[in-house]
Design a protein around this ligand. Structure first.
Ligand code: FES
Length: 65
């Protein structure tokens, strides 16, 4: 599941970043480089990706409990 198309960041990578850094957008962006190019994936309605970054972070935080 792609979260950032430009940097080829997957949901699994977001899950790992949230596990390490917490559900913090800036920290996850820094760790994965997601959202650093076109910034589409920072928007919840981005249609370039399967699961935009803010939604992926929320989902990862819920999964990790
Ligand atoms: S899709 Fe994430 S920066 Fe372009």
């Amino acid at each position: 599941m792609i979260v950032c198309d430009c940097k080829e960041v997957t949901y699994e990578m977001i899950l790992e970043a949230v596990r390490t850094h917490g559900a913090n957008l800036e920290a996850v962006m820094e760790a994965t480089e997601a959202g650093s190019v076109c910034e589409c994936c920072l928007e919840e309605d981005c249609d370039k990706v399967d699961l935009p970054l803010p939604l992926a972070i929320t989902q990862a935080a819920q999964t990790l409990g």
